[in-house]
Design a protein around this ligand. Structure first.
Ligand SMILES: Cc1ncc(COP(=O)(O)O)c(C=O)c1O
Length: 479
């Protein structure tokens, strides 16, 4: 065996060994049912200790990937970790005015209840907290800047942070002018400003179905209409459905996740991203790309933002540090391109500027390299959590449950068999102090009653496994 472990990585050696075995299974080097090398042979091959291998094997056993057979050793399980994926939905959608706020409010209440198991909140950094590094950095900023860091900041954002973001876009071959990039209060404000730059009440906005409920709320509060375009659980938006919708309706903009979708975790391939921009720009329709999960990919390469493919300047990119550093800092940004002047006016009218101390701290956090170091670790933990969660759901949920296989982010999309009701499960689970997100809030109409979203952006503990078993038990008693 020619695999190696690297003692300089931040991961523990046993985690690296476990990851190597997962990779070998995925690449087909190890086959289902195959016997793994003994602890001693594996330890000698990888030049690590026997207890390290033992710990890796125990971890994989806990995840349901391998099993110990008495007196024979460890074997790769025959069962495929990945369950059936949610199926393609054929939808004949019409633009609709949205009315979803009541259930969304109940979901927000649930996630902020003290002591709940937080499957309902998509907060990936809980899996690899940044709090120590950020507090250190913020203290340093306060002591070197004095009063300046708590003054009002510039409307368009703190220049050093803007420069760092512009520099990062250069890595994708995207040249951003300083004035085009505006720092906002999270991605949510960036999306709100983008929508107000291009649409007026009554206009039709194409959205993914299912999509992040914050987008649905925005559309509702701005008096717009939503036209749902179905997505594929692996590759994001179905482009042929979007093409048909563009022929049939007067759409002014599309709000789409161009990297990893929330709630399904699909990952739009490069070719589709390019084709999406060409398709929309050929109809003079603005693409508002939501890239908040871009840095949390499990794929080898991060998705190049769709902005890269724009020929006509009709792409507005929105993103934030909420999923990768600190959601409470409320720091996001937009590349507003040709809409920059209008966007800045709206930004000033809505919230003046974004918190300067938080921008300054994030700018230092990026400059120190701590941001990128934590990202590597965060992605690894999230990927491992995803596999654990899929395994536990397969163990405890009804047999015909379909589960998405996220290619990034921190959430999983589950479709229960016919006859089950996910909103009822949401209410019942809450009585047991477990929060989940019912599927219907990810649709502008009333779709996805049998679906739910669960977050694996958390620290994995026995309590988490018990909560999944509890959800399974609730499902078994009710149909
Ligand atoms: C897909 C998506 N877009 C936008 C947002 C809003 O991000 P922020 O917290 O930076 O406003 C979220 C937050 O959950 C999200 O999941």
């Amino acid at each position: 065996m020619s695999i190696i472990v690297d003692r300089h990585q931040t991961d523990f050696l046993y985690q690296q060994v476990a990851q190597l075995i997962r990779d070998m299974k995925q690449q087909g080097t190890l086959q289902a049912g195959q016997k793994l090398p003994s602890l001693r042979v594996m330890a000698a091959n990888l030049a690590v200790s026997v207890p390290t291998i033992k710990q890796a094997y125990l971890e994989l056993e806990r995840q349901g990937l391998i099993e110990a057979k008495s007196k024979s050793g460890y074997f790769l399980k025959a069962m495929d970790l990945l369950a059936a994926k949610p199926k393609r939905r054929r939808m004949l959608n019409q633009p609709v005015a949205v009315q979803k706020q009541s259930l969304i409010e109940q979901v927000y209440d649930a996630i902020h209840r003290p002591g709940v198991v937080p499957f309902g909140i998509a907060n990936p950094i809980a899996a690899s907290p940044t709090v120590k590094a950020l507090s250190r950095t913020m203290r340093r900023v306060m002591s070197m800047s004095g009063q300046s860091a708590i003054n009002y900041g510039p409307m368009d954002g703190f220049a050093p942070l803007k420069k760092q973001l512009i520099y990062r876009y250069l890595d994708f071959g995207i040249g951003v002018n300083f004035d085009e990039l505006i720092i906002t209060n999270g991605a949510q404000e960036a999306l709100a400003i983008a929508l107000q730059c291009v649409a007026k009440p009554g206009d039709v906005i194409a959205i993914e179905s299912p999509t992040y409920f914050g987008i649905i709320e925005l559309i509702e509060s701005l008096g717009l209409k939503a036209l749902e375009i179905p997505i594929c659980s692996e590759q994001g938006i179905w482009l042929d459905d979007l093409a048909k919708a563009l022929e049939q309706h007067k759409i002014v903009a599309g709000v789409f996740s161009t990297s990893v979708n929330n709630p399904v975790g699909s990952f739009m391939p490069e070719a589709n991203r390019a084709a999406l921009v060409v398709l929309l720009e050929s109809h003079e329709v603005v693409l508002i790309e939501d890239d908040v999960y871009g840095d949390l990919h499990f794929t080898e390469q991060r998705a190049k933002p769709a902005q890269y493919y724009s020929q006509k300047g009709l792409v507005i990119t929105c993103s934030s540090f909420s999923k990768t550093a600190a959601p409470s800092y409320r720091i996001g940004w937009m590349i507003a391109g040709r809409f920059a002047k209008q966007a800045l006016r709206l930004k000033r009218a809505l919230s003046c500027s974004a918190p300067l101390l938080n921008q300054w701290t994030l700018s230092e956090f990026l400059a120190s390299g701590d941001y990128d170091r934590n990202l590597v670790r965060l992605r690894q933990i999230l990927r491992s959590n995803k596999e654990r969660m899929i395994h536990q759901i397969q163990r405890h949920f009804p047999i015909e449950t379909c589960i998405s296989d996220p290619q990034g982010g921190c959430v999983i999309w589950i479709e229960l068999p016919v006859g089950y009701d996910a909103t009822r499960l949401f209410h019942e689970a809450l009585e047991h102090n477990i929060s989940i997100t019912p599927g219907s809030i990810f649709s502008a109409s009333d779709k996805y009653q049998r679906c739910l979203r669960m977050s694996y952006g958390l620290t994995w503990t026995l309590e988490i496994e018990q909560a999944i078993a509890q959800l399974g038990a609730l499902l078994k008693t009710r149909r």
